[in-house]
Design a protein around this ligand. Structure first.
Ligand SMILES: [Zn+2]
Length: 150
């Protein structure tokens, strides 16, 4: 399949370190469309939608923010902490929008398992179905994410 110039340009942006150190694709050799497709099929296999996942992440981040840097109980299953936001990140897709550079870390009480994300991750999942490439600093494994937050 022939790639459009826009797709090729986006692929380059995602692989460069211009927006985030190490880029959004890590050392993943797949195209970003292949990454998106593979993750979408995992998410739907587990019976979730990107909207549900992003909404749950946002809910956890909003709760974590109230802890002002301290761990806070989200519900019976989870605790979370949000660090101080320093600066902002921009989405690599061609549209305007800045996302606060705040990291939310979530931990499940029963398993001790943790997962973390930035506010840009929430946007990338909600709007672009993109969990980032393997090896990227903020790659989120959809199966692990679902197991932790639901
Ligand atoms: Zn975007």
């Amino acid at each position: 399949m022939k790639e459009s110039p826009q797709t090729r340009k986006l692929e380059q942006i995602l692989r460069s370190s211009k927006l985030v150190a190490g880029g959004f694709m890590g050392d993943d050799s797949r195209s970003f469309n292949e990454v998106i497709y593979a993750d979408a099929s995992q998410v739907s296999k587990l019976g979730y939608t990107m909207e549900e996942i992003a909404a749950r992440m946002q809910e956890i981040t909003d709760t974590a923010k109230t802890g002002l840097g301290n761990w806070i109980k989200v519900d019976d299953k989870l605790q979370a902490v949000a660090d101080e936001a320093k600066g902002s990140l921009i989405c690599p897709w061609p549209h305007s929008g800045r996302y606060v550079k705040r990291i939310t870390t979530v931990q499940r009480y029963n398993s001790g398992e943790t997962i973390r994300w930035s506010e840009l991750n929430i946007h990338l999942i909600a709007e672009h179905g993109f969990f980032e490439g393997r090896g990227a600093a903020f790659r989120i494994e959809p199966v692990k994410l679902i197991n932790v937050i639901f």
